[in-house]
Design a protein around this ligand. Structure first.
Ligand SMILES: [Zn+2]
Length: 269
């Protein structure tokens, strides 16, 4: 039976542009008061346009092992061919020391289970670094070959990654952050990204954390803001002091909202 997925696709294409271009126009050179006057976002994007290591190699990793289950027919949106169904997807199950396992479906175009496994393994440790209350909301993750940018389908409970883009993100130490960003979409967008409370926080705050968040306030602001809030709440001092000060000054209501969101979800897990 074919279940056609008609979902809100949260596309993160804007983040796939070249990295490190923010270095020349880093508004941190300016004072916070100047930034407030101009209502200027701090960065172009949260991940590829910053060199911030929000989630580090040393952070706790709950990944235990990866099982290869079988080949099967799965809905695999985002393929090059445009076909939704894939009849030979490689199905893996990532197990963790806490919480639910996460299935990883790699497209049949990987060719062999070993080729698919290489990318499932690259993903697994990054899933292990997610907070449990976020990872538990993932139904599965889809892997395609290719170099397109990641996207999430929040109502379907999954996100999609592309192999060459994964390698590029690994080379810039950004894959953990990409996985975090996409998982925020899955875990929180439906309930919160357009909620009254979030919109009130947006209105009260001075500006947006990134230009990307500003360009899609109901789609990307939550995920873009969340990674800054996560680092500040769980690892105070990890971000540059100027960045932390900027966040507290310019988006304090979003920071407060996200702190509460993380705490509430953590307490329920
Ligand atoms: Zn996004």
């Amino acid at each position: 039976m074919v279940l056609l997925i008609i979902l809100v696709t949260t596309n993160c294409k804007e983040r796939g542009q070249e990295a490190n271009t923010a270095a020349n126009s880093n508004p941190l050179k300016e004072t916070i008061s100047e930034l407030k006057e101009t209502n200027k976002p701090l960065y172009r994007t949260s991940i590829t346009a910053t060199d911030i290591d929000f989630i580090t190699e040393q952070d706790p990793d709950a990944f235990k092992n990866l099982d290869y289950l079988k080949r099967g027919t799965r809905e695999m949106p985002g393929s090059d061919t445009g076909d939704l169904m894939d009849n030979g997807a490689f199905i893996f199950k990532a197990n963790f020391t806490a919480g639910n396992p996460v299935e990883i479906w790699a497209h049949s175009s990987f060719g062999t289970s070993n080729a698919a496994k290489e990318y499932a393994q690259k993903l697994s440790g990054r899933l292990g670094k997610l907070p449990l209350y976020m990872r538990n909301k993932l139904s599965h993750v889809i892997l395609h070959k290719g170099d397109s940018n990641a996207f999430a389908e929040d109502a379907g409970g999954f996100f999609v990654l592309y192999s060459e883009n994964m390698d590029a993100r690994i080379s810039t130490n950004d894959l953990e952050e990409t996985v975090f960003h996409e998982t925020v979409h899955v875990a929180f967008d439906l309930a919160h990204a357009k909620s009254k409370e979030w919109k009130q926080a947006q209105e009260k705050d001075v500006t947006f954390i990134t230009e990307y968040a500003q360009s899609k306030p109901e789609k990307e602001d939550l995920a873009e803001s969340a990674i800054f809030a996560y680092a500040m709440i769980y690892y105070p001092g990890r971000l540059n002091k100027n960045v932390e000060d900027w966040v507290r000054t310019n988006i304090p209501n979003r920071l407060k909202f996200l702190k509460k969101l993380f705490e509430e979800n953590n307490s329920k897990t």
